[in-house]
Ligand binder design. Structure first.
Ligand SMILES: Cc1cc2nc3c(=O)[nH]c(=O)nc-3n(C[C@H](O)[C@H](O)[C@H](O)COP(=O)(O)OP(=O)(O)OC[C@H]3O[C@@H](n4cnc5c(N)ncnc54)[C@H](O)[C@@H]3O)c2cc1C
Length: 555
């Protein structure tokens, strides 16, 4: 993973072969795609401070995990210092690397992990569990002013599927496993977890649980909170183990307390998760809806009806325009087809092409099941004035989804900041939340006097509502810290979420980025309860301090 950006060192986003993208970015963000205007500093120019690691602690850590798995390497420490939020990337790129972990430790199993925690707590060190480092809520960064030794515990060596109970359809898995490694092991036995966040390639089961993650196929498989049946968590007072029972009435759910705990209650070693048989057939179909309102109504109709698709996603008009701008250079045949489609939509279906919205619906299961589902969904889409556009666009979306994250680095190179904010709200309020957030972001762009763009899609449908996922980008003025401009837009969006009765985040967690909206979301007694939980389990404030509700021990 790059120390300054997303993903593989050898992979980068490019506008080459997407002829409409450059003009689109020039028009909306005023950037020249052919010019890298904001290069990052070179790794060699970073001022990496010496680690503060008492030799007794180093010795104890080496005894626990083996000397080869205790690292004070500069690059290792820089990579483990933060996640991949926009703020993380901007600061890393300009050489502001902040408070680094003093040491990165890689235990190979639960016993070693417990020993790491024990020896670290013995000397009052800070312990920060590290999965894939992909969080975007500031969930990994050590507090800048903490003078204690900071130990980053990287779970990457604990990556095995330990057992599959084929009758119960449950798998016991070590939580350091990344998405691809997990699916590879499960698929080899004919199973899948079905959890595919956009960060799939680099995030881990432990990180998903600790941030309450959600994958693109959550409509069928559920969020990680639904998928995770039991956990093993190494805590300061011993191993917390819950049972992998389908339901239980054992008071407030300890399992739920661990979900979203962001390393503040201990370090997860293992989880038991639902698994499903790899489906015989899988496909994602594209649809066009005449307006955003029609798109929302169609998704609501699907959620309220008998269809059970795996993916339901509809983009608003702005995101639809962006999607079309990323189209590959069309062949002459593509051009003819696309002209014919536009004519058909305009003349026969009375579409306003500027208002139309692109949707993707995913189907999985036996051939028969998929056919029946497609029929049900097709009827609902048609009832809302929509048309199917086949499997081509869906297949393309499916292929490209893990490449899209690289665009943030591409934009940063060209002086533009792009980020996401996502929320969930009841069906009855989604339209209002969308419109208010778009207005708030546009007002922020105007008041800053900078070009900006905001777009949204609905994904992850539930019985009572859905997730709205906003992507926004701006080209800061250059007259002040770009992060100050960014903060104004991001805060306007987040504040509008909570003011509109929506949640501060649907699946990115709280970390430090969203902590200031928590009380407005879950009320003051809710925050007090979380503080009491964290302080009770971790009276020394050693476990990933400052995340979710801020540090309490020193206050
Ligand atoms: C480009 C991009 C796309 C993304 N797309 C999605 C998406 O589609 N869906 C989604 O849900 N999220 C998404 N995210 C956010 C991110 O991937 C999730 O927050 C993910 O769950 C983090 O997992 P991780 O393994 O990288 O955890 P990390 O970032 O390493 O850690 C996250 C938090 O979990 C804690 N933690 C990690 N492992 C453990 C453990 N074993 N025990 C206790 N605590 C632990 C850490 O201390 C930290 O507080 C995206 C992020 C990026 C950058």
């Amino acid at each position: 993973m790059k120390w300054w950006g997303w993903g593989d060192e050898d992979v980068a986003f490019t506008h080459e072969g997407q002829p409409d993208l450059g003009p689109f970015l020039q028009r909306h963000l005023e950037i020249d795609v052919d010019r890298v205007s904001s290069p990052r500093v070179a790794f060699g120019d970073l001022q990496v401070p010496e680690p503060v690691l008492p030799s007794a602690l180093r010795g104890a850590l080496e005894t626990a995990v083996g000397a080869d798995h205790v690292s004070v390497d500069a690059r290792d420490r820089v990579v483990h210092a933060r996640g991949k939020s926009l703020r993380d990337l901007v600061r890393h790129r300009r050489g502001d690397i902040g408070r680094l972990p003093d040491v990165v430790v890689r235990p190979g199993g639960e016993e070693a992990l417990a020993e790491v925690l024990r020896v670290a707590l013995d000397v009052d060190a800070v312990v920060i569990p590290f999965g894939g480092g992909s969080n975007i809520s500031g969930s990994l960064e050590p507090p800048a002013d903490d003078t204690r030794t900071i130990v980053s515990v990287d779970l990457g060596r604990m990556d095995q599927v330990l057992a599959v109970d084929e009758t119960a359809r449950l798998a016991r898995v070590q939580v350091g496993v990344s998405g691809p490694r997990l699916e590879e092991q499960l698929n080899a036995r004919g199973w899948t977890l079905g959890h595919f966040p956009d960060s799939f390639a680099y995030s881990t089961l432990g990180g998903w649980i600790a941030t309450r993650s959600s994958g693109m196929q959550s409509d069928k498989y559920g969020d990680v909170a639904d998928l995770m049946r039991a956990v093993r968590l190494v805590t300061p007072t011993g191993l917390l183990a819950t049972r992998a029972v389908p339901a239980t009435s054992t008071g407030p759910s300890v399992r739920e307390m661990v979900l979203g705990s962001e390393g503040r209650l201990g370090i997860l070693s293992e989880a038991t998760v639902h698994v499903h048989r790899v489906p015989a057939r899988r496909m994602i179909l594209g649809y066009l809806l005449p307006t955003w309102e029609a798109g929302l109504a169609a998704m609501h109709g699907i959620a309220a009806g008998e269809a059970t698709p795996t993916v339901t996603r509809v983009s608003d008009a702005n995101e639809t325009r962006f999607s079309f701008a990323t189209r590959k250079t069309p062949t002459p045949l593509d051009r003819v087809k696309s002209r014919a489609l536009r004519e058909f939509l305009r003349r026969r279906r009375d579409f306003d092409l500027d208002a139309m919205c692109l949707a993707f619906i995913g189907y999985e299961g036996s051939e028969r099941h998929v056919r029946a589902q497609r029929r049900l969904v097709g009827r609902i889409v048609a009832d809302h004035g929509g048309v199917g556009i086949g499997s081509g666009p869906g297949a393309l979306y499916d292929q490209k989804k893990f490449d899209t994250p690289y665009i943030r680095d591409y934009l940063l190179d060209r002086g533009a900041l792009a980020d996401v904010s996502e929320t969930a709200a009841p069906w009855s309020r989604l339209g209002e939340v969308h419109d208010r957030v778009v207005s708030a972001a546009q007002a922020a762009f105007r008041s800053l006097g900078v070009p900006g763009y905001i777009m949204c899609h609905l994904s992850h449908s539930y019985h009572s509502g859905a997730c709205l996922y906003f992507t926004f980008a701006l080209k800061p003025s250059g007259e002040r810290d770009p992060l100050a401009d960014y903060d104004e837009v991001k805060s306007a969006i987040q504040q509008t979420f909570v003011d509109s009765g929506a949640t501060l985040s649907h699946h990115h967690g709280v970390g430090t980025e969203h902590a200031r909206w928590l009380e407005q979301d879950i009320s003051a007694p809710g925050v007090a309860m979380l503080r009491a939980l964290f302080d009770g389990v971790d009276p020394g404030g050693n476990l990933n301090p400052g995340k979710v509700v801020g540090r309490t021990i020193e206050e």
